[in-house]
Structures are given as C-alpha cells and as structure tokens.
Ligand binder design. Sequence first.
Ligand SMILES: [Zn+2]
Length: 223
Amino acid sequence: MIPPIVSPETFERVKARWRTNITRAQTKHAHILTGIIFCGVCGAPMTLTGGRYPKYQCSRWKNNRDTQYVSAGAKTADKRVIGYVKNIILNEPDFEKIAENYNKEHALSDMALKSKVEAITAELAEVNSGIDNAVSAILKGILSAKLEEEVKRLELRKKKLNEDLLNLSQSTGRRITTEEVRGIYTRYEEMLNSDVTEQRALVLDLIERVEVFPEGFMNIAPK
Ligand SMILES: [Zn+2]
C-alpha cells in the first residue's frame, strides 16, 4: 500500500537541506497541509479557518456557496497525514532496495545524458572541420568578409558546445549509497519528531497531494 521508493528529487532536496541548513521561518504559522490539501468534490484548494478549532475548508464553497460543503478538522487531518508519513518512514527501512531503485532511475537519466554528449561531440567535430576548411581557404589567399564572418560564427558555436560538454560532465555520477539512504531516513525521523515547521517540510517532501471528501474520507497521494 505504501510505496517504498522516495523519488530521486526528494533525496536531492533532503541532501540540499542538509548542506545548507535552510531555516523555514515562512512556514512557522502555517498548518502542515496548507497548499497541498484540496477538496475531493470540486478540486478547489482548501483554506484554513481561524478560531479555536481550525478547519481546512473548501475555498470554492467559502467564496461562492455553489458547491457541496467539505471540510476537515485541521488537527485531525494533519495527524492523519503525519501518521501516513510515519508509516512510510518507519515501516519500510529496506535501505539497500531504496538505494538500488534510486540508482536504477539515475542510470536511465545517465543514458539520456550520454546521447546528449554524443550529439554535442558530433556537432563539435563538424564545427571543427568547418573551421579547418575556412582556415585553409584563408591560407590559400581566399579572403572575404563572408568567410571571416563564418569563422567567427563557428568559433562562437565551438565555445558554446564546449561549455555544454563541461556542464554535462559535471552532472553525471550522482549515486546514492545504502548508508546515505539510511542517513536520510534518520534525518526524516528527526523531522518527524521535531516541531510543526520541520514536520511540514517533511510532508512537503514526501506527499504530493491530500484530498478531503465528505464524511471524513481522505485520500493521501505520496510523491
Ligand atoms: Zn469543494
């Protein structure tokens, strides 16, 4: 029922947060699900009411009263999603499998990268032979403004292609080890047991969308 795989993007985000230790003051007063909770009947985002017992409420109903009234107690809804996240984190600690899946996904994107590199390399060879031809023409005494312009254009293209190659070579080789996965899950556990801000950050990392239906039914979609 609960997917054991967390997306590569999520891993990257968690790793990034580790490195930079971003403070998330802007989420301090928000409830955990603000922004990812939607009305299951009409699809409108749900907004938080104030008061002693805050509720997530269908914003379309609130603004227009032209649809069914759908709401969920904020405390209850937050708790249920946190419980769901807790299950993901605590019940599926097959770190080796998770790392394996992550690396498999990356192998695919590495293949896409490889074909890009091949395309650039081929174009670079063409550009180089174009430059060679132009230079030998110039050496033979054929000098024209058009030829000079062409050499300039080819040199610029060559520079751009070399830059692209460098960028691509820097984005390969991103792999995750079983130990790193274990570390991320340890961090997830810390976030789970931390304050609302950290819990919200964790929920945003793992949960795509929450839908509320009448009579307290909720659909939680993981990333
Ligand atoms: Zn609605």
